[in-house]
Design a binder for this molecule. Structure first.
Ligand SMILES: C[S@@+](CC[C@H](N)C(=O)[O-])C[C@H]1O[C@@H](n2cnc3c(N)ncnc32)[C@H](O)[C@@H]1O
Length: 297
């Protein structure tokens, strides 16, 4: 068997369902043979073992059944770091990198005020691990990651270990801010809480539209009829905490779809009446309104 024969067979399997089938065949071969795609192209006549050939074909078959490539390789790159993923974790998306870009714009040296960064719905841990890896040497910053799924948290912890940040991040299981609300209520000095929230925000229709999305965990995707179910619950929790403890200020980074911006903003304004609130919207590279930043004091 040669690489070329494996590529041809792989393309045959992929052709029917996958638009970019030539590139994907190359990526699958590259993963199985542990060779970069450029090397594959220059070594088409290289012999491979029967088991390597079989693996390439097996993965190509799965890919043609709409399994996302990242689930087949078990790895996805996010903010220049590689994350292990499996079918229990959402595949990190490039648009979520906006959250990291925006948070790192803050000047974390400006004051000695304690800051707590909380990633709600951590999934693979890509957001909290990326931010902790950038800010780990700053003083007075504490990192937390919460998810409702035990299996997801297991993977996030593995990723933290892989990036040597396991001791820097506390992982908690539970519903949105509930696992940490007692701590937040009892904070005595003025404190700044930064929340990263890429909560499930898709509607049923949006999930149905894409075959590969359907292979990802529904709990990571479905946000109720208007996609805002979890953001509404989150703001109810924030309001309760703020009512009990006005020492803390929140900045909440919320990933959304373009069409949800107005509804989300209206909901926050209504819920947080009486508090000082500032909203800012950030667009992604496709010019879609993607990140709503809400500051509440
Ligand atoms: C859209 S995924 C985001 C994953 C990851 N943060 C990322 O950006 O790739 C949403 C995550 O929220 C978690 N989740 C869903 N409902 C939750 C809840 N009520 N409380 C905490 N986490 C929840 C899901 O298990 C899933 O991991």
């Amino acid at each position: 068997m040669t690489i070329n024969q494996a590529l041809k067979k792989s393309q045959e399997k992929l052709k029917e369902n996958i638009n970019n089938y030539q590139k994907e065949a190359l990526l699958i071969a590259s993963f199985v043979l542990n060779l970069c795609p450029e090397k594959i192209i220059t070594q088409l006549d290289k012999k491979i073992s029967l088991s390597q050939f079989k693996k390439i074909i097996k993965l190509s078959k799965k890919r043609s059944q709409n399994w996302p490539l990242a689930y087949l390789t078990g790895i996805k790159s996010f903010y220049n770091l590689d994350f292990m993923i499996n079918k229990n974790t959402l595949i990190p998306r490039p648009e979520s990198e906006l959250i990291i870009d925006q948070i790192t714009k803050n000047n974390f040296n400006a004051s000695d005020q304690k800051k707590i960064i909380i990633d709600i719905g951590t999934g693979s841990g890509c957001l909290i691990i990326s931010i902790a890896s950038i800010l780990k040497n700053k003083k007075n910053i504490f990192f937390y990651a919460i998810d409702v799924s035990k299996k997801t948290l297991k993977m996030a912890k593995k990723n933290a270990k892989k990036h040597k940040l396991r001791k820097n991040i506390k992982f908690l299981k539970g519903d949105l801010l509930k696992p940490i609300r007692k701590k937040l209520r009892n904070i005595k000095k003025e404190n700044h809480i930064i929340i990263m929230a890429n909560l499930p925000y898709l509607t049923k229709k949006e999930i149905e539209k894409e075959a590969s999305i359907k292979k990802e965990p529904r709990r990571a995707l479905y946000g109720g009829r208007d996609g805002l179910k979890y953001y509404k619950e989150l703001w109810s929790q924030i309001k309760k905490i703020k009512n009990k403890n006005n020492n803390i200020n929140f900045t909440v980074y919320q990933e959304i779809n373009d069409w949800q911006k107005e509804d989300l903003e209206k909901m926050i304004i209504k819920k947080m009446k009486g508090f000082s609130l500032q909203n800012e919207i950030i667009k992604d590279l496709k010019n879609q309104q993607r990140l709503l930043i809400s500051k509440i004091q």
